[in-house]
Design a protein around this ligand. Structure first.
Ligand SMILES: NC(=O)c1ccc[n+]([C@@H]2O[C@H](COP(=O)([O-])OP(=O)(O)OC[C@H]3O[C@@H](n4cnc5c(N)ncnc54)[C@H](O)[C@@H]3O)[C@@H](O)[C@H]2O)c1
Length: 312
């Protein structure tokens, strides 16, 4: 199939390309290369791979690519609460307006996989699992623009699958150190200590390669996935920040965890999520939190961090 990925040079996109090319799909990436201009180097020799520097806000310019593809995976986005708070107008344009323009320019026989965020659940009810039917109450600009886009796609473009991703972790050609698991393992290996604000806040997590596996499954088994919204996370990893740190400490015993009463987390998310719906379709994650911790520890032995590895 011919697959268009906007934002394909990013953290998820640069790993997704590997999976799609391995499965013999033709892949086109559109990206502004905000953070990385070398995350796609490994794919240049593949005849099935094309890449263009394009801004998704320029619908006139990207229209020609839209019509040429069977599947569109719109990953282009200002990602995360801090970045969207800094650039509210741009977040609205990229995260919502450009998705709306893109959807309005697709034909019914095309298929869209939209990665949204389970941060739409905002602050959950204590001990109650959020399912796909739980009302969305996003609290950040990021969460609000993602939910707006997801709702637009669900209403206007039924031949789509909306994946509500948990916080992603793991290594990628375009590395992100601002994601919770990646950040905590980085601090544990480098600083050997962490100060936790609101350490009881719970979140759900998923490995980047499981995100790619779920996307491939949705593309290659469209009948089973189209028209639906799925939570995508590890069912055994609805963890508080403290619980996550204690998992990491099993590998790095010298990791000091300090809890602070003072200070607030800018990202107010606190919820637990049920992933039963996607599991009932036959999807089974292959990578645990512990796999991720081991893999990240290996990477952080030599990684030279840069500002562009954090989205703010
Ligand atoms: N990583 C996660 O934990 C997570 C969780 C839930 C949902 N998602 C969603 O997955 C998608 C990808 O996230 P990511 O982690 O890979 O983030 P990322 O920041 O690494 O990637 C985003 C990419 O979009 C590109 N981009 C930004 N503005 C653009 C524009 N105007 N035109 C073209 N390209 C533009 C950037 O250059 C970057 O390569 C996003 O839609 C995000 O909301 C991610």
């Amino acid at each position: 199939m011919k697959i268009l990925i906007t934002g394909g040079a990013g953290y998820i996109g640069s790993t997704l390309c590997e999976y799609l090319l391995k499965n013999k799909h033709k892949v086109t990436v559109l990206d502004t290369f905000m953070f990385s201009n070398n995350s796609l180097n490994a794919y240049m020799s593949d005849k099935n791979f094309s890449v263009y520097q394009e801004d998704v806000r320029n619908i006139k310019s990207i229209k020609k690519y839209l019509s040429e593809h069977d599947v569109v995976v719109p990953l282009a986005c200002l990602v995360g609460a801090p970045l969207c708070n800094l650039k509210e107008d741009e977040a609205n344009q990229v995260n919502f307006q450009s998705i709306k323009a893109m959807i309005d320019n697709l034909s019914k026989d095309q298929y869209v996989i939209y990665p949204t965020t389970n941060s739409g659940y905002g602050v959950g009810e204590k001990d109650k699992y959020c399912t796909e039917d739980t009302p969305l109450k996003p609290i950040s600009v990021y969460g609000k623009t993602k939910v707006q886009a997801e709702e637009y796609i669900a209403n206007k473009f039924p031949n789509s699958t909306r994946l509500r991703l948990a916080t992603v972790f793991g290594a990628s050609p375009r590395m992100r150190l601002d994601l919770l698991v990646n950040d905590f393992v980085y601090r544990a290996t480098k600083d050997k200590f962490i100060v936790l604000f609101e350490s009881h806040f719970k979140r759900n997590f998923i490995h980047i390669r499981d995100v790619c596996r779920a996307m491939i499954m949705s593309i290659e088994d469209q009948e089973n996935f189209s028209g639906e919204t799925f939570n995508l996370g590890l069912s055994d990893a609805n963890l508080s920040k403290l619980e996550l740190c204690l998992e990491i400490k099993k590998y790095i015993p010298k990791f000091e965890i300090l809890e602070s009463e003072i200070g607030k987390d800018i990202d107010k998310r606190d919820y637990i999520v049920s992933n039963e719906k996607i599991e009932s379709k036959g999807f089974k994650p292959a990578h645990s939190i512990n796999d991720g911790v081991e893999e990240l520890m290996k990477l952080f032995k030599y990684l030279i961090p840069s500002e562009s590895m954090r989205n703010f």
